[in-house]
Design a protein around this ligand. Sequence first.
Ligand code: NAD
Length: 397
Amino acid sequence: MRSVCVIGLGYVGLPLALLCAEKGYIVYGSELDLRKIEQMQVHHPEIILNQPKGFQADVVIIAVPTPVDERKLPDLTAVKQACASIAEYLDHSGRLIILESTVNPFVSRKVILPLFEEKGFVEGKDFFLTHCPERIDPGNVQWNVSNIPRVVGALQSEGLEKVTAFYRSILSSDVKPLSSIEAAEMVKIYENSLRAVNIAFANEMAIVMQNMRLDAKEVIHGVKTKPFGLDLCFPSCGVGGHCIPVDPFYLIDESLKRGFDPSFLRTAMKVNGYMPGYTVSLLTHALNDVGKSVRGSTIGVLGVAYKKNVGDVRESPALDVIKKIRSLGGVLKIYDPYVSHYSNASKEEVLSSDAVLLLTDHKEFLDYDYSQVPVLIDGKNVLEKHRTHGVYKGIGR
Ligand SMILES: NC(=O)c1ccc[n+]([C@@H]2O[C@H](COP(=O)([O-])OP(=O)(O)OC[C@H]3O[C@@H](n4cnc5c(N)ncnc54)[C@H](O)[C@@H]3O)[C@@H](O)[C@H]2O)c1
């Protein structure tokens, strides 16, 4: 791969094009904005601008805007236009096409791929469609286009190898291949949605704190001194313990008394509160898949404590899951080596049940042999899917 074409030379495309030139690629650029074109002709003569043969480069990267329209719906006009330009010059040479613009899962497969296929080209043979969501943070001096770690996804393994090799040839950072193009699309949307949620939370708390005559900045700096527990969270069957399912309700109560409804925090508590029910719905669906129902089936439960390697059951989501299964007529076999008064079965009895739910990630449970378990619900996402020959379901996987 010797030549690269970047379509859209904005905040994302221009630094990328310059990096490719620095790394020795022949770089073409495609840009519609006349002002930008004039500036680039002066400042970046290394980029060959708006030449049709640019679309015939070995690697063609799409970095055009993906805004929302006035109804806040995705507007893929620029992406489709860029693809139309690529399709016009597509041949059977095995060109690597990379989408860097942010899109929803399935846009590459369901919107972009057909634009090339309808011209008679075959993905995986004539061309390779891949995705590498951009993470550039304009103005950030520490993290730039060459050292931000990236994820890549493709429609099949050869495309994945090509796109991984390309980014490894220009970046000093880690390039992580994901199992599907949709996973790569989702990474970017997840990151930015998480940030939006965190920002919204800070904003809502600012109003709560202002009503209490507290300084939000001082409080958040105080929070930052905690060296654990503030990082990226993974999903699970619910939240337990004496703090997280409880303390936010204190704050909700106080804020309501002061005239402000912290609706975002209330929603967060509602979402966490319905995870035990969601876990039971995974169980019922998985049992249906093997021709059984909860009623009359033996349901093994591993773990009642709210947290690994402790015997504390306060507010444990496992209690809620157990209650729901009992109300559906399931025959419960419960084992928790840390909570003997809730246990009514041995490890062996639990593992020979029609379905097993792992609700606490006690260290003992990680090494059990689950291979013969017909239905395994991993409420803590700590077991690999292949640990059972039966049906595996985790939370969100
Ligand atoms: N700006 C960021 O910080 C950032 C970070 C990560 C990801 N992204 C994503 O990257 C994508 C690009 O964002 P951006 O901020 O660089 O946008 P931008 O508006 O700065 O640049 C896009 C450029 O594409 C050009 N363009 C539009 N349609 C074109 C076409 N058909 N052919 C050629 N050029 C065309 C525009 O004239 C513009 O100069 C978006 O999907 C965005 O969500 C942006």
